[in-house]
Design a protein around this ligand. Structure first.
Ligand code: ATP
Ligand code: MG
Length: 242
């Protein structure tokens, strides 16, 4: 692809950053963080590593890119793209340096990161330097990703620690420019949150409040809308506020 489409040409890749990026060039490129994931659901662990990467590496912003059909998660059903997008936009709406990208969601078929990075590069050329944000589990698998050596030439990897995952494992010997993100390691994963929700347990304090409401209102993860915790003396049923 040659040249960038005019600002405002639908669909925007990064609605909040596109206009800014259009003014940047190779002389003064913008630093943009990319955080890819299934986000089923997005949780405070994701938001925290993105925020710390933003602050520590002087990024202009962080672009969250939910996967369409991730290559490595074909073995379990995942929530619909629209549910995951809705939860993400609710989670990101109050932070002007976070943005949401539909690139992978709108692309049919299985998702590979290299395709996304090439598309972004084709779109923005040298106006943007890409910083790919990962947790330690993803960092260790980088060398197994499709076209990993090409990924290494396109991005700087910013890696955050993740409880239960060793930080010292090798990156498979590929020449990644890998730098640490200093975080408070949060032991939160979407899988555990799905299990918690399915058991009718509270997701308060581990996902942003609007995400928690969305999960409840749409009955995601087999969550029952209200948990009955007891009966009052007059027979009225009390419900747990989750
Ligand atoms: P799942 O349990 O479904 O795999 P997850 O919590 O790992 O969900 P993903 O959407 O798979 O979330 O993760 C997207 C990216 O965020 C990955 O790079 C992952 O390593 C990172 N990440 C997720 N949770 C954390 C966390 N608590 N601390 C650090 N990194 C995290
Ligand atoms: Mg994961």
């Amino acid at each position: 692809m040659s040249g960038r489409p005019a600002v405002g040409t639908p669909p925007p890749i990064a609605p909040r950053f596109d206009a800014l990026i259009a003014q940047a060039d190779a002389e003064a490129p913008l630093k943009l963080g990319i955080l890819g994931g299934t986000f089923d659901p997005v949780h405070l662990g994701h938001l925290h590593i993105a925020e710390q990467a933003y602050a520590q590496y002087g990024l202009t912003g962080v672009l969250f890119i939910p996967t369409g059909r991730p290559a490595w998660k074909l073995d379990r059903p995942i929530s619909s793209a629209e549910d995951r997008i809705a939860m993400l936009s609710a989670a990101l709406s109050d932070n002007p340096h976070f943005d949401l990208c539909r690139l992978e969601i709108d692309r049919p078929g299985v998702t590979y990161t290299i395709d996304t990075l090439r598309t972004l590069k084709a779109y923005w050329a040298d106006a943007v330097e890409l910083y790919f944000i990962v947790g330690a589990d993803a960092a260790h698998e980088l060398s197994e990703w499709r076209d990993a050596s090409a990924i290494a030439t396109l991005v700087t990897i910013l890696a955050a620690r993740r409880p239960g995952v060793l930080s010292e494992q090798s990156d498979g010997g590929l020449p990644f420019d890998l730098r640490p993100i200093d975080t408070v390691p949060l032991d939160i994963s979407s899988s555990e949150l799905r299990t918690l929700a399915a058991a009718g347990r509270s997701l308060r304090y581990v996902v942003p409040e609007p995400v928690r409401s969305y999960i409840r209102e749409h009955g995601l993860y087999g969550e029952v809308a209200h948990e009955v915790v007891g009966e009052a003396a007059d027979g009225a049923v009390r419900e747990a506020i989750r």
